[in-house]
Design a protein around this ligand. Sequence first.
Ligand SMILES: [Fe+2]
Length: 133
Amino acid sequence: MSLFVWGQKYAIGVEEMDQQHQQLVDLINEVYDHRDHHSREHLCKIILSLIQYIEKHFRSEEDLMKNFHYPDLKEHKRCHDKLKKKVADLKNEVLDENKDVGESGTYLGIFLCRWLCDHILNEDQKYAKFINK
Ligand SMILES: [Fe+2]
């Protein structure tokens, strides 16, 4: 079974963002599934595509919030920036030869899964409500 199982409760009612969130879920599951089976370098390649997708997704969300003059954009962007920094740190741990790649990969997967659940259900729901009102 996948680490993050998508369900209707995660849909925020903004189609493009719901699609992007599902793509993020797929990438997080991919990282988690590969944490033990491949080399450090291979896992890092998958993490890099996840990081690129996170960048793209955050940009889309921030543009959308800007277009709708969402009042809490600044605060929301701060959450995004914090996450980008954290993921960069966790990627470096996966690359660290002194650390167990399986453990670092597991931690990264679980951390991102929890972060995304919480972020969608709280922060993203807030802007979606504002946009859809
Ligand atoms: Fe967000």
